[in-house]
Write a protein that binds this ligand. Structure first.
Ligand code: 4AD
Ligand code: MG
Length: 480
């Protein structure tokens, strides 16, 4: 070991006479990190990524590299002799060189290559993405294994990732605890029968043994709500954010068989207002984070995919959301000049054409519709006991371009009300544990669920829900 004196000498000697050069290993940077170096002065770096363009001129070679860390590519400049034979659009590469200020207006920095190595070649003739071609979201949907390398899908997936972190941050900042609710469950929370049943693929029957793997029929969850209600009875404010499954046979632009749902449950919540406030705050807070963290990615959608969406979103963010009872909503629809395919009638569900009209009627500002007919909604919603026009304390948030984004309610916390409703549905035995929650320190409580893909569609203006999830699952399609 060198003592402090020795080190001092070595340093002195080094400062008077040139030190023998040590080989410096170039630092591996992500493209985004390289683009953000404030004042590049020729540091040796290395980047790895995929080639977005190759332009070979007589005495200079330009290569653009992207590694998914940003929408912007890093420009590599090199002398033509460094061009490997297999360097093409789509190939994966590792480039080592000096990061310098760029003389070109279009970028601040560039990488002067000293070595370009093709890690994996790409057959451009059969590669589904084409150089300098803007391919539609619909075209890209055919290639779920490749489309994440396109500008639009990679921007979308970065936004999705930031929005996910922002959802978690929102709940943490507001005193909610995160719960992993189960994916396999024995209940049908929504009672709509849109369940996927879970059984082992290989059905080896043991005589005398229960035929069900779990002894009871088990399903992929349609909602984590009932499990969250259990947890809200101990932790007061809880949330979950995970995959949710519905076997509804819909090919619509707003339904998936597997989607992500953000769900929150709040004990001691006495009014729907408490629930609506959380929904509105969640929407606005998460969106503001996304706008500030991914401005370029969002711009791609607002400029090229859904022109006009930026102004629409601003309108949603700057105005307080509107509230309207279901009964008022039906009145508005009945007075409308528009002819609907489904005639609006008190007691009937709102169709997407009705939802669209209501949002338009509210000046394209999100609108909470509350107090729905008792007979339309699941067993767990709190009875408003309001006589002839019998309603429950339910609330849906309708948003421009999408329709229903969130569904929530106050929960029936009174044991006698719940018991008689379950009895009528023949579910008393199944939900014995749920009834018990109302016997052991019950509290008024409520919560909601927000469809995460519908949220992304709403802020970005993307028309089809299949384009805002990495691997869409819907009837007759489960690619990969
Ligand atoms: O309105 P839903 O069915 O509400 C519930 O499941 C409640 N148990 C949630 C709760 O209170 N904890 O679903 C909530 C949201 C809908 O508003 C919609 O945005 C989304 O989930 N959603 C779907 N998104 C994509 N594909 C589908 N098939 C969807 N079904 C519902
Ligand atoms: Mg709903």
């Amino acid at each position: 070991m060198f003592g402090p004196r020795c080190i001092h000498l070595i340093l002195r000697r080094c400062s008077s006479a040139p030190c023998p050069k040590r080989a410096v290993t170039p630092k591996l940077l992500r493209v985004q990190e390289a683009l953000e170096v404030p004042n590049p002065t020729g540091d040796d770096i290395k980047v790895q990524g995929w080639v977005r363009s190759v332009r070979s001129q007589k005495d200079v070679l330009f290569v653009h590299i992207n590694d998914g860390s940003s929408l912007e590519n890093l420009q590599v400049v090199a002398v033509p002799r460094l061009e490997p034979r297999e360097l093409t659009f789509g190939s994966s590469v590792e480039v080592q060189g000096k990061l310098v200020k760029s003389p070109h207006k279009r970028q601040r920095v560039e990488l002067e290559a000293e070595n370009i190595r093709v890690v994996g070649p790409c057959d451009v003739l059969t590669f589904p993405l084409k150089y300098k071609t803007c391919q539609s979201l619909e075209y890209l949907r055919q290639f779920p294994h490749i489309r994440c390398r396109s500008n639009s899908l990679s921007a979308l997936l970065r936004i999705r990732s930031e929005a996910t972190s922002a959802v978690h941050a929102f709940f943490k900042e507001n005193g909610f605890m995160h719960i992993h609710t189960p994916i396999i469950t024995s209940n049908d929370c929504e009672g709509a029968g849109e369940l996927f049943q879970v059984e082992p693929a290989s059905k080896e029957r043991v005589p005398g043994e229960n035929p069900h793997f779990f002894n009871v029929p088990a399903f992929l969850t349609v909602s984590g709500q009932l499990h969250l209600e259990v947890m809200a009875g101990a932790f007061t404010k809880v949330y979950t954010f995970g995959p949710t499954f519905r076997a509804d046979n819909s090919q619509s632009r707003r339904h998936l068989a597997e989607f992500y749902m953000v769900e929150a449950e709040i004990s001691f919540a006495e009014s729907l207002q408490d629930i609506m406030q959380v929904m509105e705050d969640l929407f606005k807070k998460v969106t503001n984070v996304v706008l500030s963290k991914c401005p370029r990615d969002v711009e791609l959608f607002h400029k090229y995919v859904a022109p006009g969406q930026e102004a629409k979103l601003e309108q949603m963010l700057k105005n307080p959301f509107i509230t309207m009872s279901y009964t008022e909503a039906i009145d508005v629809l009945k007075r409308a000049r528009q002819v609907f395919t489904y005639k609006p009638e008190w007691g009937q569900d709102l169709q997407s054409e009705h939802e669209r009209y209501l949002v338009q009627h509210c000046g394209e500002i999100p609108v909470f519709v509350f107090n729905y007919p008792y007979n339309l909604k699941p067993f767990y919603m709190r009875d408003n006991e309001d006589g002839a026009s019998h309603t429950v304390a339910a609330v849906d948030l309708l948003v421009p371009g999408v329709g229903e984004l969130c569904g929530g309610s106050l929960r029936e916390d009174r044991v006698d009300f719940l018991q008689s409703r379950l009895q009528k549905l023949g579910l008393e035995h199944t939900y014995q544990w749920y009834l018990e929650l109302r016997q052991f320190g019950s509290t008024p409580h409520g919560g909601f669920g927000m469809g995460f893909e519908r949220y992304l569609r709403c802020i970005l203006g993307v028309e089809n829900i299949k384009d805002v999830i990495p691997f869409p699952r819907f009837p007759h399609s489960c690619i990969l």
